[in-house]
Design a protein around this ligand. Structure first.
Ligand code: UDP
Ligand code: MN
Length: 350
């Protein structure tokens, strides 16, 4: 145990699978730091036991426990739930320094050298590189910072509805002040970058240290074939150009995590386990057939801001459509038909 820790978060049993693979990958590469996972009451009892096998500390956090005014205001904003839970990482003052990592990340090598960096160090976000991506960041626990972040959340909310928007507002000088706080992209390589900038990935990807399965579809949503040691690739998914990382995630999962899930009775036998773990989201997300659901949703939501918003489309309606999309209820033959979406994308790209 040291006074430095890797910290992750899981608010349910699905993300716990990610946290377990992350923890296992850190151990495999012989980290000397403590491993901490923050959980909420929704994580099942059995899953907590499995988490205890991999993590040194399994810490229950519940935002509703506190009673001060910032918390009370925040309770009116349920959409910030997971975001606020992530902020709890600043309250871990038993540590002098921490590296937070999303549960959908995985390390390919030892990254203990990150602890030489100062708060707040993070890699650029691939979508908007003047913002940092909040999937991996170096920080210093502090109750003062924690309270200030909560205060900011209650006063202003988050510009993207998540922790990344809030943290970028709070640490707003990240982009301009100190280049040492810019982690190289290989410390938070978003899996989507392997196809959005393939030549760069071919050139630099070999040095990747941390993979981040950013986006709506997570590794545990895929179907995996343990015989061929590969995820199924029978669909038109641009992210499938590089399945190497997904296969590696699944290999760690099947070799190191699945036996624990069996031991603690979370899954009954391995063959049905693998089938059960493949998510419905997968089918729903790709029934659009030409690109990832999140890209279409993002494109649609981008169209609803500023000059890109056609005057006849009120913001409310676009938001509702987005919500339906996210629940997998796209109107494939009507409003959300291929032709309609393509037309809108064309307008946007002009
Ligand atoms: N998270 C969680 N439960 C949720 C959603 C998110 O525990 O229902 C945690 C988890 O650690 C996750 C992080 O919050 O990795 C950020 O969410 P996510 O990775 O889904 O966002 P993305 O990186 O895709 O933007
Ligand atoms: Mn993530």
């Amino acid at each position: 145990m040291t006074d430095q820790s890797f910290v992750t978060l899981s608010t349910n049993d699905s993300y716990a699978k990610g946290a377990l693979v992350l923890g296992s990958s850190l151990k495999k590469h012989r980290t000397t730091k403590t491993l901490t996972v923050l959980i909420t009451p929704q994580v099942s009892e059995s899953m907590r036991k499995v988490l205890k096998e991999i993590f040194d500390e399994v810490i229950m956090v519940d935002i509703l426990d506190s009673r001060d005014s910032a918390h009370l205001t925040l309770m009116q904003r349920p959409e910030l739930g997971v975001t606020l839970t992530k902020l709890h990482c600043w309250s871990l003052t038993q540590y002098s320094k921490c590296v937070f990592m999303d549960a959908d990340t995985m390390v390919l090598t030892n990254i203990d050298e990150l602890f030489e960096r100062e708060e707040l160090s993070a890699a650029p976000d691939p979508g908007w590189p003047d913002c940092f991506n909040s999937g991996v960041f170096v920080y210093q626990p502090s109750i003062e910072t924690y309270n200030q972040l909560l205060h900011l959340a209650s006063e202003q909310g988050s510009f993207d509805g998540g922790d990344q928007g809030l943290l970028n507002t709070y640490f707003s000088n990240w982009a301009t002040t100190d280049i040492k706080k810019h982690l190289p992209f290989i410390y938070n390589l978003s899996s989507t970058s392997t196809y959005s900038y393939l030549p760069a990935f071919k050139m630099f990807g070999v040095n990747t240290k941390v993979v981040h399965f950013l986006g709506r579809i997570k590794p545990w949503n895929y179907t995996y074939n343990p015989k061929t040691k590969s995820v199924s690739s029978d669909i038109h998914d641009p992210t499938m150009i590089n399945t190497e990382f997904l296969n590696l995630w699944w290999e760690i999962f099947t070799v190191n995590i699945l036996p624990l899930l069996l031991q603690f009775g979370i899954v009954k036998d391995t063959s049905t386990a693998l089938n059960k773990l493949s998510g419905l989201t997968y089918t729903l997300a790709f029934s659009c057939g030409f690109c990832r659901k999140e890209e279409v949703t993002d494109a649609i939501s981008r169209m609803s801001i500023g000059h890109l918003n056609p005057p006849s489309q009120p913001f409310e309606s676009s938001n509702k459509r987005k919500e339906r999309w996210e629940q997998g209820q796209a109107d494939y033959m009507g409003e959300d038909s291929f032709d309609n979406i393509q037309r809108k994308l064309d307008t946007y790209l002009q």
